[in-house]
Design a protein around this ligand. Sequence first.
Ligand code: NAP
Length: 458
Amino acid sequence: MTITSFNPATDAVLTEYDAHDAPAIEQKLERAASAQREWARTPVAERMALLRRVAQALREQKAGLAPLATLEMGKPLAEAVGEVEKCAWNFDVYADAAPGMLQDQVVPSSATDSRMVYDPLGIVLAVMPWNYPFWQVMRAAAPVLAGGNGMVLKHASNVPQCALALEAVFQKAGAPAGLFTTLLVGSGEVKRLIEDHRIAAVTFTGSTPAGRSIASQAGQALKKQVLELGGSDPFIVLADADVEAAATVAVKARFQNTGQSCIAAKRFIVEHAVADRFVDAFVAGARKLVVGDPMGDGVTQGAMAKRNLRDELHAQVEASVQQGAKLLLGGKPVAGPGAFYEPTVLDQVTPDMTAAREETFGPAAAILRVADAAEAVRVANGTPFGLGAALWTTDLDHARQLTRQIDAGAVFVNGMVASDPRLPFGGTKESGYGRELGVLGLHEFTNIKTVWTGPART
Ligand code: NAP
């Protein structure tokens, strides 16, 4: 099998790799298992020293790493640089915080001493998507490694250069050989990997259908799993909101990363009273996006990662227009080479239309107009997803009540949903389960062991 690295901005093949065959996979898993056994016994302070060296290596190499993401999945170079910097920050945050998170928790009981301790689980298999080819992997890797585990990466098949570059970052930082291992394999290999006795747990980020399949395989093998899946995040603007600020943030929330983010705002749910003002400001902001060569200066929207994904997005836009949505901006692929799509805004969308029911993974926004806050929450909750949500209002007491009514893993009031290493991240409903980041992200991949000690008996 061949794994092909291609440039979605030009359609050019960049390079091709032979996928790892069975003997290569066996050798890599054996090395990973032996590295992890040693790592589990390594004092926490030494583990943290490695995390800091990884952060440093990422910063030193960002000028070489960032263009790989841009070349392989089409994001603007400035966004790719920011992504590498965020990975480094994540490793520093865990290097600071993980020793505290891993400390024993004394829990009073009838015992002389009773406590929870956090032991490593083993090797975590990471099956990852291409949309943030560094961040998705490294946000999972920092807590996994801090907890004394190893990681085997099966990255998306369109970003093999990024996958290999990450393995090289760990080598450069002096990680034990095999502790972080990249396997170049297709998705057909995942089931065998999950079943392998050396794999203890799975972390998956990607689409809901793939998550369903991985969850059943991991369930069959009785292996711990964390699933970060798709979303159709609502961005609610109430009548008392700062509408201009909301519209400015909304443009970034929808179009950054060329709209290919699980937590991108996808449905803009706006109270009638301010809808025209919001729509005018939002469309004006979207018009200013500069679409073009993602390596180019000043470009704010690059290519989508694959032509078939662009075609799927276009079909969703066309279906929504046929169903009655009003096209205010864009609405078609950009002619010529590359998987470019015009920044697109659909108004008068209703909850039954395709753009509201399905995840739109690209630069197309759906605006739904509602009568009041109660209808806004009903519409927000009206999809199978529950990843993030944004809520704009100047009444913070009202906001606090509404945040509890919204089905989501995170609600951001007067801001855009974003991941932060200090805060838990994850979804509910069909957006997945388990948490990454924060203290919960670290404890997910530990064996939380109860140690009960009675009085010493002679
Ligand atoms: P994807 O098609 O599900 O692929 C993700 C990973 O899973 C890739 O490594 C892929 O390998 C592998 N894969 C695909 N089908 C599989 C299967 N049946 N069994 C085992 N592995 C399988 O997703 P994507 O297109 O890369 O990413 C976009 C999706 O990810 C969106 O739905 C987005 O919302 C979601 N996402 C979620 C989060 C979050 O944190 N919740 C973050 C980012 C993205 P191949 O490339 O070899 O097929």
